[in-house]
Design a protein around this ligand. Sequence first.
Ligand SMILES: Cc1ncc(COP(=O)(O)O)c(C=O)c1O
Length: 324
Amino acid sequence: MASSVHERMKETAALGTEIPETGWAYQDGVFKRLADAHVSLATHALNYGTGVFEGIRAYWNATQEQLYVFRLREHFERMRDNCKLLRIELPGDSAALSEVTLELLRKNEFRTDVYIRPLAYKAARSIKVALHDLRSGFGMFAFPIGAYLPTSGLAARTATWRRTADDAIPARGKLTGAYINTALAVDEAHDANADESIFLTRDGHVSEGGSANLFMVRGGELITPSVTDDILEGITRDTVIAIAREELGLTVTERAIDRTELFIADEVFFCGTGAQVAPCVKVDGREVGDGAIGPVARRIGDVYFAIARGDDKRHAAWRTAVQR
Ligand SMILES: Cc1ncc(COP(=O)(O)O)c(C=O)c1O
């Protein structure tokens, strides 16, 4: 059975506190304290949401005394692609930005799991609502993090807010302003005592969670919405598909999912950098399967954490060691 909302909230309690400003950040070519990294009130991105961001995790392996960044290069490659949508210029290629990330993590001397937030944005002090001829800025900060969503079996609620369509505000963009859509939906889910929301597309199919991609298991097959269902093209989604196919020998299908398929699915789970692998045991008040974490989600979660933390040596290319 699902634990109580109160018990599940303990897993993510730290999210309710503000990020400390004592650590090192990076802004436009300079390492500085987060407390000293500022933008003007007139910044275009602050006024209009014209920013592109990433969320990257690094896992601390206490036995190896090593911090491993998970799929670092892939995050900056997606960021490069997404910056095209807003005509934002990045200050370097994926390799250069990965180096900045490693330097930032070394300066902070983290010995714990960490979340890294790169942010590229329209830095110009301008009220012109357009995308061209506006100066770009780039910043990055990092901070210790635990779970973003409970991993002990969460409850989800279908949002009354529809996912922004690709021809309105592209969900694949990881655009700062687009996350108002998520905030509205997650707020609604919390009001209904659920942990995460499930977005439907304009045509009524399942898209994704508020801040994570969604998978379901039916008849032993792993199924997830396709990249044209107004989802963020998740790097953890790609990781889960690879683990399911290569490590578990499962069939993975990308196709449209009806909302009611979630009610009769054997398993539902979310995945994402923040969410990691987060099994969902309740959808819209109905128990998923028998209301407990299913074997597929459990196995994929176990393999994901072991690989990401460097306890499992497979997929070495997915990990970048911070200490040389
Ligand atoms: C809306 C949304 N979908 C999916 C994901 C998962 O993407 P990724 O696995 O690349 O972190 C995220 C971020 O974590 C997200 O914000």
